[in-house]
Design a protein around this ligand. Structure first.
Ligand code: FE2
Length: 230
C-alpha cells in the first residue's frame, strides 16, 4: 500500500490522503468560518480575497497539530517521501469568491534562466486540507499539473505553457479533500465559485530544520516531542 502511494507521489507529484475531523476541530472550524476568532488573533489578508490567522494558526489552537497526529500524517508523509520531514508552517486561510484566482500556475520554488532564484531549496512539501461544513458545496480548490515535479524547463514561458496546454494532465483537489504535494510541481489555487468562501489549512514540511527561527524551532520541537518522543 505505502509502496504504491510512494510510486504515485514520485511520478505525479501529489497524493490524496483520507483524513477525518473530530468534534472539537469541527467546532473550531465552524467558528472560524463564521469569522469568530478569539483574543489577540486576527484574520488578515495576504492575497486579494484571502484571510489568514495571524500571528499564527499554530498558536491559535493546538487542534491544528492534533489533527495531524490523529490522522497519522507525519508517519505517512515520511514513508511516502522516504525522508524525515519537519513541520515548517501552519496556515489557516479563508478564501473568498473573487473575480480572479489569487495566484496563477506556479512552482513555489523555481530557478528560471535570467530570473532570480525563488523559494526554498530543497523545495518544501505541502499538505492542504479543504474542510467541508454542512453548507459547503463540493467544488475544485486546487489544480496540479501531473508529473511537473519531474519535468522542468529552465525557460519560464515554456514551463508555463506546458502547464497550461497539457490539460489532460491536470488533476484537482476539491472541497473535503486532503492533498499532499511537492511544491516544485506546477499548481494553482482555484477560487471559490459555488461557495461564497472556502477554508483551507495549509501545512508546510521541510527536510531542513531551521534553528534560526524561534517560531519554527519551537514548532519543530513540539512536533518532534509529540510524534517521535512520545
Ligand atoms: Fe504555491
Amino acid at each position: 500500500m505505502i509502496e504504491e502511494q510512494r510510486k504515485i507521489f514520485f511520478k505525479k507529484g501529489w497524493l490524496k490522503l483520507n483524513t477525518f475531523v473530530d468534534k472539537n476541530f469541527s467546532s473550531l472550524l465552524n467558528d472560524l468560518e463564521a469569522n469568530k476568532i478569539r483574543g489577540k488573533f486576527q484574520l488578515v489578508s495576504k492575497y486579494p480575497g484571502t484571510f489568514d490567522i495571524r500571528p499564527s494558526a499554530y498558536e491559535y489552537s493546538d487542534l491544528f497539530l492534533k489533527w495531524l497526529l490523529f490522522n497519522n500524517i507525519p508517519e505517512t508523509i515520511n514513508q511516502v517521501t522516504g525522508k524525515k520531514l519537519f513541520l515548517k508552517h501552519v496556515q489557516f486561510r479563508i478564501s473568498h469568491k473573487t473575480k480572479n484566482n489569487y495566484l496563477n500556475w506556479h512552482r513555489d520554488t523555481h530557478f528560471y534562466n535570467g530570473m532570480p532564484e525563488h523559494g526554498n531549496i530543497p523545495p518544501v512539501y505541502k499538505l492542504i486540507f479543504y474542510p467541508r461544513s454542512k453548507d459547503t458545496h463540493i467544488e475544485k480548490c486546487l489544480s496540479i499539473s501531473d508529473s511537473s515535479n519531474i519535468q522542468f524547463s529552465f525557460n519560464n514561458k515554456v514551463d508555463l505553457i506546458k502547464a497550461l496546454l497539457l490539460r489532460s494532465r491536470h488533476s484537482h483537489a476539491s472541497t473535503g479533500d486532503t492533498i499532499f504535494f511537492d511544491t516544485f510541481t506546477m499548481h494553482k489555487p482555484v477560487r471559490p465559485n459555488k461557495n461564497k468562501k472556502q477554508m483551507r489549512i495549509i501545512y508546510s514540511f521541510s527536510e531542513v530544520a531551521e534553528p534560526n527561527s524561534k517560531f519554527l524551532e519551537s514548532l519543530q520541537t513540539d512536533f518532534i516531542k509529540m510524534f517521535y518522543e512520545s
